[in-house]
Ligand binder design. Structure first.
Ligand code: HEC
Length: 174
């Protein structure tokens, strides 16, 4: 065996290693993408209809228990630029939010909603409000609320409790 042949063998080994390593990488990427798709499907809003009502109310009570009204009041500063919350508050850039929990979506008569909201035909129950506030643009496509969302669970639960509190008739927590 001369040194030229040894070189060829070494080269072949290196190429093999590269190929094996390369395939590993590629399948990593494919696997990663796949798992992303699955994760997305699970958290998609449409999926929530799959849950039974008992399941989701158990989840909601655990979720809402993370919040407290005074944190909600502080967090609501993020909403105040566009929304009033007091009983005698007015519409602003966004509709007035007194009594918003459990009223039909898009139902303030002297506020001009987007079509997305006025034709949504649901009420602001715990699940809807939670889903909406995570990422408004994703939950009701085409709505015009210019707010990115509240990712933090405690902050979001707190704001929902605060909204519930600012009502003629605060609802009992699930
Ligand atoms: C930059 C302005 C802006 C901010 C900030 C904002 N909103 Fe809004 N919000 C709007 C607008 C505009 C609408 C009406 C959307 C439409 O008609 O599509 C709206 C609609 C809503 C609705 C629907 C009310 C109804 O009558 O159906 C809720 C609930 C709401 N906002 C809650 C919040 C909360 C809670 C926050 C803070 C965490 C917040 N918004 C922050 C502008 C804002």
């Amino acid at each position: 065996m001369n040194s030229f042949e040894i070189n060829k063998i070494v080269a072949a080994v290196i190429v093999t290693v590269l190929i094996v390593f390369g395939i590993g990488k590629i399948s990593d990427v494919i696997f990663y993408k796949d798992s992303n798709v699955v994760a997305y499907k699970v958290e998609a809003p449409e999926g929530s209809s799959v849950q039974t009502s008992t399941e989701s109310s158990v989840d909601m009570s655990t979720f809402l228990a993370m919040g407290d009204v005074s944190t909600g009041e502080k967090q609501f500063k993020k909403c105040k630029a566009c929304h009033s919350i007091n009983k005698d508050g007015r519409n602003n850039i966004g509709p007035k939010l007194w009594n918003v929990m459990f009223r039909p979506v898009g139902s303030i008569t002297d506020y001009k909603y987007s079509k997305a909201l006025s034709s949504y035909k649901k009420e602001w129950n715990w699940e809807e409000m939670n889903g909406f506030l995570i990422k408004p643009a994703k939950w009701i496509k085409g709505n015009k609320m210019g707010f990115a969302g509240l990712k933090d669970e405690k902050e979001r639960a707190s704001v929902i409790l605060y909204l519930n509190q600012n009502s003629d008739n605060p609802k009992e927590l699930p």
